[in-house]
Design a protein around this ligand. Structure first.
Ligand SMILES: *Cc1c(COP(=O)(O)O)cnc(C)c1O
Length: 469
C-alpha cells in the first residue's frame, strides 16, 4: 500500500473549466452532498444517477441561440432531440417544454416521445429498418419520416396510394465523406449502412428521378457526425447534402426540397468541464461552409443527442471495498459495465472522468494516487477507470462518473442481473438547498425476475407436455 505514483499528476476535475463548466461542477458538488444528506445515496442505495435540470435548460438555450444567430429571420427550425441518447420520458417532457422535439428510431422511442407529449409535428422518424406497420403508424400520425433507401420509398408509395398523409417526407443521404476516430460510430464512410450512398454510380441521377416522381419528397436528411468525427468533416457532409438539394431543385425547375435535416453528432469533451466544441462554433462553421443553407430558402431540422445531455448526467457509486493488487490500489464500487458499457468494453475510445467524494458527499482532498475504479460485475475487465490519479478512495466514499447523461445510465446492460439504478433530477431549491425529483425508480428484484421469464418458470420442464395434452 502507500503507492503514490500519481502524486505529481494534475487531475483536479474542475481545475480546467470555463465559467459555465465551473458553475456546472459547483451544482454537481452541491447535488452529491444533498443526495447523501437526503438519503438518496448511501449504504442501502449504493448506485444512483443524477441529472442537472438547470444544465439541461442551459444546454438547450445554447443550441437554440446558436442556430438563431445564423439563420435568416423567419427560417423554420426544428430541434429534435435524438431520443436514443437519453430515452427517459421526463427528460423528453422537459426538452419539449423547452421547445425541443424528438427524433425517434424505433417503436419504443416513438412510444416514449408520445408518452412525453411531444406532438407529431415536432417528431421525426429515422430508423434504418422501419416495418410496414411502423410506417403506417407514422403516416397516420403525420410525423416526419426520413426514408433510408429505395425499397423504403416503394413502401411509402404504396401506403400513400391507400391513404393520404400529412407527414413531411425526406430521404437520408450518406455523403460518404469519411470516418472519424471511432469506426463503429462513423456514419458517413463509403460503405456505411445508412441512407443512399451519394457517390455510388448512378445515385445522384436516381435521387433526382425519385424526387421528380414524388412531389411529396421535400426533405434531405444526413447525419454525418458522432463522437470522434471532426467538425469540418461534419460540415462537409452537410455541404454535400445542400449541393444535392440545389441540384434537385434546379433540375426539376421547382423548389421541391424545402428542408434539410442536418442530423446530430456534435462530439462532447469528456476530459474536463470545458464544453468544446460548442453548438455556436458548429453553427458558425456551418454558415461559413454552406452559406446558402442559411439564407432563408431552406427550413432546418437538427437531431442532437449526446451534446445536449452528456454533461448534465452523473453516476454515483459507493465504494464497497478497497484493496491492492500487484501494487495497484483498487476501489470496488457499484458502477461498472451495467451503466458504463462502452467505457468498460472500449476504454480507449470512451474514457470517463472520475471524481472522488467522501462518505458525506464532499469532494475528496488529499494527495493523488494512481488507482483503479472497478465495477461490481464478475469479469476482470469491469473497470470504470484504470490507473486514474485521484485522492485515495476509501470504503464508504463515492466515485462519480462524470458526463454520463447520454448513452450511459439510460442504456442499462443486464450483466449479472444488476438492477437499473434510480435516476433523479436535481434543481436549486430555496436558500441554496438542492431539491430532487424521481425520473426513474430503481429496478426492483421482482422486476428483474419478471423480465427474466419469472412468469414461465416451468416452460422448459413441463411446459411442452402440458401443451400436448
Ligand atoms: C444517433 C443519431 C443522432 C444523434 O447523435 P448524437 O451523436 O447523439 O448527437 C441523430 N440522428 C440520427 C439519425 C442518429 O442515428
Amino acid at each position: 500500500m502507500g503507492d503514490d505514483r500519481g502524486r505529481e499528476r494534475p487531475s483536479d476535475p474542475a481545475a480546467d473549466a470555463t465559467p459555465d463548466g465551473r458553475r456546472r461542477a459547483g451544482r454537481r458538488d452541491r447535488a452529491v452532498r444533498a443526495a447523501v444528506e437526503q438519503g438518496l445515496l448511501g449504504p442501502g442505495a449504493p448506485l444512483v444517477a443524477l441529472l442537472d435540470v438547470a444544465g439541461i435548460r442551459e444546454s438547450v438555450a445554447g443550441l437554440r441561440a446558436a442556430f438563431d444567430a445564423v439563420v435568416a429571420p423567419g427560417t423554420p427550425v426544428l430541434h429534435a432531440f435524438a431520443v436514443k441518447a437519453t430515452p427517459l420520458v421526463p427528460v423528453l417532457r422537459l426538452l419539449h417544454a423547452e421547445g425541443v422535439g424528438a427524433e425517434v428510431a424505433s417503436p419504443g422511442e416513438l412510444a416514449l416521445a408520445r408518452a412525453a407529449g411531444v406532438p407529431p409535428r415536432r417528431t421525426v422518424l429515422d430508423s434504418p429498418a422501419k416495418t410496414p406497420d411502423e410506417l403506417r403508424e407514422a403516416l397516420a400520425l403525420g410525423i416526419a419520416v426520413n426514408a433510408d433507401n429505395p425499397q423504403e420509398l416503394d413502401r411509402v408509395d404504396a401506403l400513400l396510394r391507400s391513404a393520404p398523409s400529412r407527414s413531411p417526407f425526406g430521404i437520408r443521404i450518406n455523403p460518404q465523406v469519411g470516418a472519424g476516430a471511432i469506426e463503429a460510430l462513423s456514419t458517413a464512410t463509403a460503405t456505411s449502412k445508412f441512407g443512399v450512398a451519394l457517390r455510388d454510380e448512378g445515385a445522384r441521377d436516381w435521387l433526382v428521378r425519385a424526387c421528380r416522381d414524388r412531389p411529396w419528397l421535400t426533405r434531405l436528411h444526413t447525419h454525418t457526425g458522432s463522437q470522434g468525427v471532426p467538425l469540418p468533416l461534419m460540415a462537409r457532409g452537410v455541404a454535400e447534402t445542400y449541393a444535392l438539394a440545389e441540384e434537385i431543385n434546379r433540375t426539376l425547375g421547382r423548389r421541391q426540397i424545402d428542408t434539410v435535416d442536418i442530423g446530430g453528432g456534435l462530439p462532447v469533451n469528456f476530459a474536463s468541464d470545458v464544453t468544446t466544441p460548442t453548438f455556436a462554433q458548429y453553427a458558425r462553421l456551418l454558415r461559413e461552409t454552406v452559406p446558402g443553407l442559411f439564407d432563408g430558402r431552406y427550413g432546418l431540422v437538427t437531431e442532437f443527442g449526446r451534446a445536449l445531455l452528456a454533461e448534465q448526467g452523473t453516476i454515483l457509486a459507493r465504494v464497497e471495498y478497497t484493496k491492492s493488487a500487484g501494487g495497484r490500489p483498487v476501489a470496488v464500487t457499484h458502477a461498472g459495465v451495467q451503466v458504463a458499457t462502452r467505457t468498460v468494453y472500449a476504454p480507449g475510445s470512451w474514457p470517463l472522468r472520475i471524481a472522488a467524494y467522501d462518505a458525506e458527499g464532499r469532494p475528496k482532498q488529499g494527495p493523488l494516487l494512481v488507482q483503479d475504479v472497478a465495477g461490481p460485475a464478475c469479469f476482470a475487465g469491469d473497470l470504470l477507470a484504470s490507473g486514474h490519479a485521484l485522492p485515495r478512495l476509501e470504503q464508504g466514499d463515492f466515485a462519480a462518473a462524470l458526463d454520463t447523461g447520454a448513452y450511459y445510465f439510460a442504456h442499462h446492460y443486464g450483466y449479472n442481473s444488476l438492477a437499473r439504478p434510480a435516476v433523479h433530477g436535481f434543481a436549486p431549491g430555496a436558500s441554496g438547498s438542492v431539491v430532487f425529483a424521481t425520473v426513474r425508480e430503481a429496478q426492483t428484484l421482482a422486476e428483474i425476475v419478471a423480465e427474466s421469464g419469472g412468469a414461465h418458470t416451468d416452460a422448459l420442464t413441463t411446459g411442452f407436455t402440458s401443451e400436448r395434452r
